[in-house]
Design a protein around this ligand. Sequence first.
Ligand SMILES: [Zn+2]
Length: 118
Amino acid sequence: MDSTEARERPTTNGCASCYGTGEIVTETGPVDCPDCMGVGRTPRGEVLEWRLRDVERAHADHQACVTDLRWLIFELRRHRKALVDIFTRCQDLDDAALATELRHLANTALDLYPVERE
Ligand SMILES: [Zn+2]
């Protein structure tokens, strides 16, 4: 994939659980979507961290999966931190084209900023 193709690829930043509405319907009526906390888009930043903590708490008593879940969340946090570090280090690169492409690729996963179409 070249950088132009990557820039033109649509992002999937609408929440898959509530289809971007921010609400889900329950037996007692509509409530804020627990996956995006009512925002309607893929959780990012602090919302993602809150959601991870909710998932950790919800499964803390499930002995069958708690170790696997903790490992998975640890790996998610570790990989996101690496991408943030790459995104940040791109500001120091002399190669502007490479820096732009790397920032775009990291942003695709982190969803820090909206992607503008050219
Ligand atoms: Zn949602």
